[in-house]
Write a protein that binds this ligand. Sequence first.
Ligand code: CA
Length: 368
Amino acid sequence: MTSRGCARLCATALILFTLLLPASAEARAQKLLSTSAAVGLTIDSRGRLLYGEKTRGEIVRVEGGKKHVLARLAVSSNIEPGLLGIATNKKGYVWASYTTSQAGCPDPTRGSSSILVNAICVWRFKPSGSRLKPDKLIVSTGHPTGWRTHFGGGLHLGPDGALYLGVGDLGDNDSPSIGPNRSQDLTEPFGKILRIDPNRTNRAAAGNPTTCGDAANGRQRRIVDRRIYACGFRNPYSFDWDLAGRLWVADVGDKCDEINVVKPGVNFGWQPPRTDCAGTGAGSPILRLDQSATPSGVAIPKSPAAGASRGDVFFGIFRDSLIKRYDIRAKKLSTLPGANGRAGWSLVAADQYLYMSNGEMISRLTLR
Ligand SMILES: [Ca+2]
């Protein structure tokens, strides 16, 4: 190629590149903050981002692009356990779910961190100056020690005012029946979605179902732990509600992951020997995802500012750190451009934005 030829070609390429750059750059997730393992992303009543720093046990508010630590919890952390979920209300109260070595879930701002997990807990915190103060124990679950996987921990205030907590089956990958058996056991909270009174200790929210189906949803069985809302999950830690008030839950499977619409008293089918992507009747998955995709955050934009994205189900994929979009009306699944590498940990939607985290940063994508 002559230098003149190169000059023309290169100039054309440069113009094309310049023309293409703004559109693709605009659609790319904008980095807001460097942080490790940010979980439980949520937006407070003043539009500020809150999250949990999973390993350090910090409840963090983002103000002026900077981290402001509101409370530090002594959590037990390892690969899966840690600080897991955050919810907040209009008065600035904050609920946090976490794992701890301390059975009975005492005040989490005292005590020390550990890698041992003896309980999954939720505490309510109240604003105190520029910090948060532990105020009340809301959920405690003891469990046999030594389990290191499937804690769940997704925590949200529902449109009905109740507090919802996803709890994993504590499964051990070497023991095919232990976790699935827990998911089917209606005397305990593991492998369930719980629906809780947000202001009392270990109290079911009013109106909870009294029965949950058997694994085939052929027969209803009596619920003993009244905090249970739906049963038969493996590790249902991320969820959100759609415009019609339906609860969409990602259940992380063993060899296949599920996106489910959860109804009270329905069994979602996780039972021995390992039945992911199974489920019968109302417990059938809406979507089945291929092996080890690991849906890691579910967010459904509800603001008119989200435009055509309003009401669609977005979920992060841990394995690829990207976002999938499920168009409920067209029943069509696609990959959302612009979020690659940014979305493996947690998602939340607010106004025209989708906030996302991976193990390194929190980013924001403008929806359209
Ligand atoms: Ca299932």
